[in-house]
Design a protein around this ligand. Structure first.
Ligand code: F0G
Length: 460
């Protein structure tokens, strides 16, 4: 055994299968054209391997499906709510819970409860819906992530970290009374699924609280972040992921959560805080936007499945296999010399479209082209995370020009096997071999909000 590679395997076996549809190249050429070269507009039935997102695309366990039968569908006071509330308190430590239908529902409540027009909200790189709700509530979003996060080649182990100097400069510039909270995402989706270190989290809390600024977590992939701390941060090697997660949250005042990621379910979310006044405001508002405060837009059965999902997701063997699947794909792509964001993130591989298609200028949407071409060639669906996703500045109307122009190959939890990853890696390599043939796109329809979801393009 000594020194020999010990293979690992997913800690579950398959009980139900869902057949995949395979299509011809001609079929896909027509499908992607009809979808305006936007992978969000494809019919999922026309997709072979779906790496669009890890959001709500997870496979539930038999225990979660059994939990669905235990739904208490009372309008008020469902027992599933109380189970969810106590599970969140046990794993995350927050005292007060407001359930929501998904993450952006939670972001809406938190932003409205805490932000006044003219405020500033610093964060570690933007996320599309999070920034949207902050701006809609009247705030200006300020990116205070470390510079390494914007460099796809940097191998920094905690590329999600807050740059404390940037945070402090903002406090000195606009004044702490204009900053209701700092929003810390764990992990950072748009940076490539990169984690924040425990040390950084502690320092952020210290600086923020010194100035009376709250620390709010976007805990959407916090369990993945806790796993990276266990793997990379000295002193945490032998600490269970659940305990690391709890400690991470202890440096914050609350969190928004999209349960559709870490929690191994298809729908759900929450916002949780320690502060009674913020809770009271959100509990009051949830009845307007989501549903009563004991279901917040979820069915009782969804809350039950989510509570069970929290327990399963935070088990060391489960979270390890989740991240190792992503790593497996990353290793195949590294061997093939494909340019993507280093190091491998928690939920996805982010192909670097600027290095993949250096001949296509950013105004011609290289990442959008790459995602469309990958689908056309192989039936594998990915997502643009570049200039289209970045959208426009709300004040000037000008395009945001992100440094990172990426395509996300996102891995749903417990859905695909290693052979699927072999197939995806094969087709990405094949696309890379044909990279000189690729041509840019022009946008022919641009929606007003979160344009990447519904925008349409034509080939140049
Ligand atoms: N925060 C992060 C970091 C996210 O990745 C998402 C969703 C949200 C908040 C919003 O949550 O979708 O439940 O309303 N990300 C999905 C994705 C859409 O594909 O990355 P939601």
């Amino acid at each position: 055994m000594s020194g020999k590679y010990i293979p690992w395997a997913e800690p579950y076996k398959i009980k139900v299968v869902e057949p995949l549809k395979m299509t011809s190249l001609e079929y896909r050429q027509k499908a992607i054209k009809e979808a305006g070269y936007n992978t969000f507009l494809l019919h999922s039935e026309d997709v072979y391997i779906d790496f669009l997102t890890d959001s709500g695309t997870n496979a539930m366990s038999d225990a979660q499906w059994a939990g669905m039968m235990m739904g208490d569908e009372a309008y008020a006071g469902s027992k599933n709510f109380y189970r969810l509330e106590s599970t969140v308190e046990k794993y995350y430590g927050y005292k007060h819970l407001v359930p929501t239908h998904q993450g952006r529902g939670a972001e809406n409540l938190l932003s409205q409860a805490m932000i006044k027009p003219g405020d500033y909200v610093p964060g570690n790189m933007y996320f599309t819906t999070t920034r949207f709700h902050q701006e809609k509530a009247g705030a200006t979003f300020i990116d205070v992530i470390i510079d390494e996060a914007h460099d796809s080649l940097s191998n920094h182990p905690f590329k999600g970290n807050i740059d404390l100097q940037k945070f402090e400069d903002l406090i000195n510039k606009v004044g702490a009374d204009k900053i209701p909270y700092i929003c810390v995402a764990v992990t950072v989706n748009m940076a490539g699924g990169q984690p924040v270190s425990m040390e950084n989290m502690k320092q952020v809390q210290e600086l923020a609280h010194k100035h009376g600024i709250k620390v709010m977590l976007d805990a959407t992939r916090g369990i993945e972040n806790a796993y990276f701390i266990q793997q990379r941060e000295p002193g945490y090697e032998n600490v269970p992921v659940a305990k690391i997660l709890h400690e991470l949250c202890s440096y914050t005042d609350g969190a928004t959560m999209s349960g559709k990621k870490d929690f191994l379910v298809n729908i759900g979310g929450f916002v949780a805080v320690n502060d009674w006044d913020i809770f009271e405001e959100m509990r009051n508002m949830v009845v307007v936007y989501e549903g009563l405060h004991t279901y917040g837009g979820m069915a009782g059965r969804d809350m039950e499945a989510m509570a069970i999902g929290i327990e399963e997701a935070a088990m060391d063997q489960n979270i390890a296999s989740r991240v190792k699947q992503v790593e497996y794909l990353g290793n195949l792509l590294n061997e093939a010399g494909i340019p993507f964001v280093q190091p491998v993130g928690g939920h996805a591989i982010f192909l670097d479209a600027k290095r993949f298609y250096p001949h296509i200028p950013q105004e011609e949407f290289p990442a959008q082209v790459l995602a469309a071409n990958l689908y056309e060639l192989s039936g594998v669906r990915a997502m643009e995370r570049g200039i289209v996703s970045a959208g426009r500045d709300v004040k000037t109307g000008k395009n945001h020009i992100p440094k990172l122009e990426l395509v996300r190959l996102t891995v749903p939890r417990r859905v695909y096997t290693q052979s699927h990853f072999d197939v995806v890696a094969y087709w990405v390599e094949e696309l890379y071999n044909r990279r000189d043939e690729a041509k840019g796109l022009k946008m022919v329809y641009e929606p007003k909000y979160l344009r990447f979801f519904q925008a349409r393009f034509d080939r140049l």
